[in-house]
Structure formats: structure tokens, C-alpha cells
Design a protein around this ligand. Structure first.
Ligand code: COA
Ligand code: NAP
Length: 267
């Protein structure tokens, strides 16, 4: 259905979970894929998986912390050495842990803001000079927390709301250059670190599934499919969109489900 042969895709935070699923989905349809994250072992494991998925692709692994501007700049320099241009940028690095606002230190709040919001800006800013003018796609990985207030998530709600405003603002500024900027909003996704942290037991996961209108939690492939579509020519008139891929969770069930979930944590 999709052909990304010869396209250069960079997935920041692409060495695990949802973002690794996206990286592999692009590799599977012919793309060259670069992945970046902090941990070099994770980078190497992801790289091996990409090579296995698409042996003909030119895949790259780089290590940086999105909070370190020099490291991000140097990571993108290494990517530029191998790919002259970037067709698709996925910005998905994030941090999350459940905490009541009263128990969250200022530094805990700041850590998530620094990774999710400032880190995303840093990544997109460094990638900008390399983006193929006329036909590039930037996709940020947001979360329902961006527009649904949730218990235990004050830091993530504030950060992801900012991420979506980055998306909308950059879409305004960069449309004239043929750069589309969109957000994908995953719902609760099975077998991921993010979901395990919020709903650490099978019982809590099925309680969440029950609060989703489609009555199931999502799969990594659900998010990868949306990324393949949004980056494609089929979506060439779509920019500045915040696309929920959440089974309808953010229509109403999400806030109430997190309220219920909070009762399972010690006060
Ligand atoms: N509850 C409350 N506060 C917490 C916390 C928790 N579970 N985990 C970390 N914090 C606080 C720390 O106490 C610290 O604040 P302090 O200095 O006032 O004590 C602050 O957050 C930074 O913690 P630290 O462990 O030094 O951060 P880090 O930079 O090494 O890691 C995190 C960043 C905390 C976001 C870490 O969980 C991480 O790396 N996450 C990436 C993976 C992930 O979250 N995946 C899900 C994506 S949705
Ligand atoms: P994950 O498995 O924890 O993956 C996070 C990735 O980001 C890892 O590759 C991690 O690798 C990297 N990363 C973390 N901090 C980083 C930093 N400071 N600098 C560079 N890289 C960093 O997460 P996930 O659960 O799949 O979530 C992926 C994305 O989807 C996130 O943006 C999250 O907010 C969003 N989301 C997830 C869910 C869900 O159900 N899981 C729901 C809604 C939204 P290193 O450790 O090597 O750095």
C-alpha cells in the first residue's frame, strides 16, 4: 500500500516501544531509517532489527539525550553526513511516571518538560535545515494528556499540550516551505513502557480497555499505520492536525479512567 523506497526517515526516541514500531514500519516499506536515543545498547539493538527488516536500507543509529543541545546538534551532523536530507522526522522521545501533583518535585516536573517539550523543539530545530523543502513531513508523538486533564499527570499534560502547540505553530510557519507538521496521539498501547508505568497490572489494563469506546487497548501497529499515512502523499493536504489514534479514548473515557486508576495508588 505504501512505498517509501529511497526516503530518509529519522525517528527520535526510535529505539523502543511505539517509536520503534514506527521505525520498523517505515523500514518494511523500503525507507532508510535513522533512530536516536540515549542508550547505545538500545540504539544498536534497534539498528539490528531495522537491518533485518530491510537489509537494503541505509540505516543509522545515533545516541543523544534530547535535553543536551550540543549532543542533539552533533547527532544530526552524523545523520547529515549519511543522508543529505530528511524526508520524514518523527519526534517521539518522552518521559512519564505517575505522580500526584502534591508529591511531584519541581525538578520532576521540569524533567518531563525538558524531555517532551524543550527536547522536541531542540530536535525539530536541528532537523529543520535538513528537511526536504517542498515535501517533508514532521510527526510529533503526543498523548491524550495534551487535551484531557488527567490525575497523576500534571507534568505530562503541561508538556504534551506544549508539544501540540509546537505542531500547530510550526505548521503555520512552514507550510509555505512545503513542510507539513502533525501530531499523532496514541491511546493506551499494549506492551509499551508508557502504558506499563500508568497501568502496571493486567487488571488495570483491562479496566482502561473498558473505558475505550472501541473496547480494546491499542497495538503499536495502530500507531505505525497512522504515521505511514500521515507522512504519505495521501495526506499531502493535512498539516497542523492533532490526530488521535486512541479508539475514541479521549472522547470522554480517558479522564475518568485515570481518576479511577489513581485510587489504586497509595495516597
Ligand atoms: N515519581 C515522582 N518523581 C519522580 C519519579 C516518580 N516515579 N521518577 C523520577 N522522579 C523525579 C526525581 O525524583 C527527580 O526529581 P528530584 O531531583 O527533585 O528528586 C526528577 O524526577 C528527575 O529524576 P531522574 O531519575 O534524575 O531523571 P532522569 O533524567 O534520569 O530520567 C525520567 C527521566 C524520570 C522521565 C525517567 O523516568 C526516564 O528516563 N523515562 C524514559 C522512559 C519513559 O518514561 N517512558 C514512557 C514514555 S511515555
Ligand atoms: P518508551 O518505550 O519508553 O520509548 C521512549 C523512547 O524514547 C526510548 O527509545 C527511549 O530510549 C527514548 N528516550 C527517552 N528519554 C529520552 C531522552 N531524554 N533523550 C533521547 N531519547 C529518549 O515509550 P512508549 O511508551 O513507547 O511511548 C512512546 C511515545 O508515545 C512517547 O512520546 C509517549 O509520550 C507516547 N505515548 C505513549 C502511550 C503509551 O500507551 N505507551 C500513550 C500515549 C502517548 P533511551 O532510554 O535509550 O533514551
Amino acid at each position: 500500500m505504501f512505498n517509501y523506497q529511497g526516503k530518509n526517515v529519522v525517528v527520535v526516541g526510535g529505539t523502543n516501544g511505539i517509536n520503534l514500531g514506527i521505525a520498523c514500519a517505515f523500514a518494511k516499506v523500503g525507507a532508510n531509517v535513522a533512530v536516536a536515543s540515549r542508550n547505545m545498547d538500545k540504539v544498536n539493538t534497534a539498528l539490528a532489527l531495522l537491518q533485518q527488516t530491510n537489509p537494503k536500507g541505509k540505516h543509522i543509529g545515533v545516541s543523544f539525550d534530547v535535553r543536551d543541545s550540543d549532543a542533539v546538534a552533533s547527532g544530526f551532523n552524523s545523520i547529515a553526513d549519511q543522508y543529505n536530507t530528511i524526508d520524514i522526522l518523527i519526534s517521539g522521545a518522552a518521559g512519564n511516571f505517575p505522580s500526584r501533583a502534591k508529591d511531584l518535585s519541581v525538578n520532576g516536573f521540569k524533567s518531563v518538560m525538558d524531555i517532551d517539550l524543550l527536547g522536541s523543539f531542540q530536535v525539530i530545530k536541528q532537523a529543520y535545515p535538513l528537511l526536504t523543502k517542498g515535501n517533508a513531513s514532521v510527526i510529533q508523538i503526543s498523548a491524550p494528556q495534551a487535551y484531557v486533564p488527567m490525575a497523576l499527570q500534571v507534568h505530562v499534560c503541561a508538556a504534551k499540550a506544549g508539544v501540540d502547540m509546537l505542531t500547530r505553530t510550526l505548521a503555520m510557519e512552514w507550510g509555505v516551505e512545503g513542510i507539513r507538521v502533525n501530531s499523532i496521539v496514541p491511546g493506551p498501547i499494549e506492551e509499551t513502557e508508557g502504558f506499563d508505568r500508568l497501568a502496571p497490572s493486567k487488571a488495570l489494563k483491562s479496566m482502561i480497555a473498558d473505558s475505550v469506546p472501541l473496547k480494546r487497548n491499542g497495538q503499536k501497529q495502530d500507531i505505525a499505520n497512522a504515521a505511514l499515512f500521515l507522512a504519505s502523499d495521501m495526506a499531502s493536504y493535512i498539516t497542523g492536525t492533532i490526530l488521535p489514534v486512541d479508539g475514541g479514548w479521549s472522547l470522554g473515557g480517558a479522564g475518568a479512567a485515570m481518576d479511577a486508576l489513581a485510587k489504586h495508588l497509595p495516597q
